[in-house]
Design a protein around this ligand. Structure first.
Ligand code: 9MG
Length: 287
């Protein structure tokens, strides 16, 4: 049965009565490579442990870049990058491990080695994705993306971006329910930067509460994104202050999960924002 404020992630029950942080752990060749063919598992595990110590409630592992302009990797290469990492993190860490992938075969094998959540930028639209998740107990994040990463930022247009994103998410939630995925396993995400101009991103954030469907938790990924670069003129590594400002605004507008690279700083921002907005227990705990 669905229980408001709890996300069922495999064997984990994640408390979302206060907003939480999902740490980003990319295992693309430029991230944890030791120069050889395989990811440096010890370095990845150390980073995962550090994220948990810093307060991450979920660790999101991705082996394929979805940045604007990026080209995909093939399924064998993606599995080679992520599966050993998921297996070691799931056995060593005490939080749900999420697999960031759009490929049903990668989802299935990641779940088999311990992933408790699927983070899918195409919201289970690839053939077989719905069934893989339905046959498991994992949670799934359904994200909106218009177009494909290689071309999505080439003049994206909407009549009403908030209404179109909400209608898309409602349809994907209905598709999930249609194959038997319970509501307490679903999370929705407007997909900031995925086929959206700066103006679209700002409207979506400002009207985030209007995206809610069926009281499902909202996840947002704003950390280091191009919209911060557009507003501040700073490169990705100089966008922490902008990322924290957006994370704070997202919590104020009802976001439950903040996907972030800078875990320690984001956890503090989210706790403070959650306390002010009345959706966190942290104020009471430390008074
Ligand atoms: C993988 N990835 C990159 N940005 C993201 C975002 O905004 N949301 C989700 N769910 N995943 C993302």
């Amino acid at each position: 049965m669905s229980c408001p404020g709890v996300l069922q992630c495999g064997d984990y029950r994640l408390d979302l009565t206060q907003p939480v942080v999902m740490g980003v752990l990319n295992v693309t060749p430029d991230s944890f490579s030791d120069g050889g063919a395989y990811p440096d598992l010890q370095a990845v595990l150390d980073r995962g442990r550090q994220m948990v110590e810093q307060g991450a409630a979920i660790v999101d592992v991705g082996g394929e870049s979805t940045r604007p302009g990026s080209l995909g990797v093939d399924v064998a290469e993606e599995k080679r990058r992520v599966l050993p990492v998921i297996e070691v993190l799931a056995s060593e860490l005490s939080v749900p491990i999420s697999i960031d992938t759009r490929k049903p075969e990668v989802m299935r094998e990641a779940i088999a080695v311990g992933a408790s959540m699927v983070n899918d930028v195409v919201a289970l639209r690839e053939s077989g994705g719905l069934e893989v998740v339905a046959r498991s107990k994992v949670a799934v994040c359904l994200m909106h993306m218009k177009g494909e990463p290689a071309t999505m930022q080439q003049d994206p247009t909407y009549v009403d971006v908030v209404a179109e994103v909400r209608e898309f998410l409602e349809a994907r939630v209905a598709a999930c329910r249609g194959v038997g995925i319970a509501s307490d396993r679903l999370v929705i995400d407007p997909g900031f930067g995925f086929g959206k101009t700066l103006a679209h991103n700002l409207q979506l954030l400002d009207r985030l509460a209007g995206l809610r469907c069926a009281d499902l938790p909202l996840l947002v990924g704003l950390s280091r994104k191009g919209m911060i670069g557009a507003l501040t003129g700073r490169p990705a590594e100089g966008r922490l202050a902008g990322s924290l400002a957006l994370a704070t605004l997202a919590v104020a507008r009802g976001a439950s999960i903040i996907r972030a690279h800078d875990v320690a700083e984001t956890v503090d921002a989210v706790r403070v924002a959650g306390a002010v907005c009345g959706n966190s227990k942290v104020g009471a705990l430390h008074e």
